[in-house]
Ligand binder design. Sequence first.
Ligand SMILES: Nc1ncnc2c1ncn2[C@@H]1O[C@H](COP(=O)(O)OP(=O)(O)OP(=O)(O)O)[C@@H](O)[C@H]1O
Ligand SMILES: [Mg+2]
Length: 382
Amino acid sequence: MSETDLYIGLMSGTSMDALDAILVGFSRKATFSFNVICHHTQSIDPDLKRALIALNAPGVDDLSRYACLDRHFGELSATAVNQLCAKAGVLSTEIKAIGSHGQTVRHAPNHRPAYTLQLGDPNTIAELTGITTVADFRRRDIAAGGQGAPLVPAFHAEAFRSPDVNRLIVNIGGISNISVLPADLQQPVTGWDIGPGNVLMDAWCMKHLGHEFDNNGEWASTDEVSPALLDTLLNDAFFNTPAPKSTGRDYFNEHWLPEKLSLIQQPHLTPASVQRTLLQLTAQTIASDCIQAIQQLDSHSLVPEIFVCGGGAKNQLLMQTLASLLPQFNVNTTDSFGLSPQLVEATAFAWLAYRTMMGLTGNLPEVTGAHSARILGGIYPA
Ligand SMILES: Nc1ncnc2c1ncn2[C@@H]1O[C@H](COP(=O)(O)OP(=O)(O)OP(=O)(O)O)[C@@H](O)[C@H]1O
Ligand SMILES: [Mg+2]
């Protein structure tokens, strides 16, 4: 009999670059361990991506558009799962459950009432895959008074925490977020959203070059940072808001940058200089939150290790810039643990499904601000 339980994680984040599907085995032994068995990247066709981005802002007939996209994204999620199973050579009956994050179309944790909304109908996923589906992880945390995000620090702690060294995990997806993993196991794990990771760079690159993203920051590297624009961007209130905090396209959207550009008196900024400045913003906000996190650690004399995950880890200029802002630390990627940066978040949602199926809590109140830990998500049986 196999000693692991198989779970599938599905993640499509703020970038909407793709839907990542991962097959993970969780050990049944008392000591936690997992292994990644197979992964599949499901493309999201440009029309669907456009429709999903459009739904992030109020528009005409939102309810019908929501209902249709909920089914469409559920179907796409099921396709991703079925392709993953075929690639791995496993049967649906061998999988305990799918953990589906869904596509966020609204995230307003500071609205009253607070709300967050991920679409990708789990009924459709369960029906088309024959696999029990766990979904809607964030809303229970919101109902318990939390931000509903970030949820990944709990997984980062389970997978990457060490009693010997303080560690920071920085995920650079559409939005960037940090997990602070103290070596002292008496200290709580903390974490929060830092700000825009790739989302603003991607949007600017699409607007001016028609490309989904700036490969390795090559376009950004052709020009200089604008100090005036950078100062204006860094002055945004979100960066100085204390944790718990989380954000998304509701805030860092197509209107955010033009509003900031209108505040500066510099008519001669080239699009490439704006791109370089956006990259600097991502790197600088991450570096300053890393330093802040380290100062909060009781044993900050232990030089922490910093590991980056998410698609931003592949952007060489971004990684070089980040390393140059944190010269006293080693900045690596989660490849150091044998887990590719692009797979970490999907693995986290396989793990969250595993937690829910085992009747275990998934959120960290110290991270999200929830009243206490909760079992997250709804279970849609096979
Ligand atoms: N070679 C590369 N050069 C530059 N940027 C890259 C490269 N590869 C990936 N990226 C960036 O990574 C992004 C995708 O990252 P990821 O999948 O982690 O984000 P996400 O789906 O929004 O996740 P999250 O939920 O964490 O926000 C792409 O949109 C792109 O901006
Ligand atoms: Mg992605």
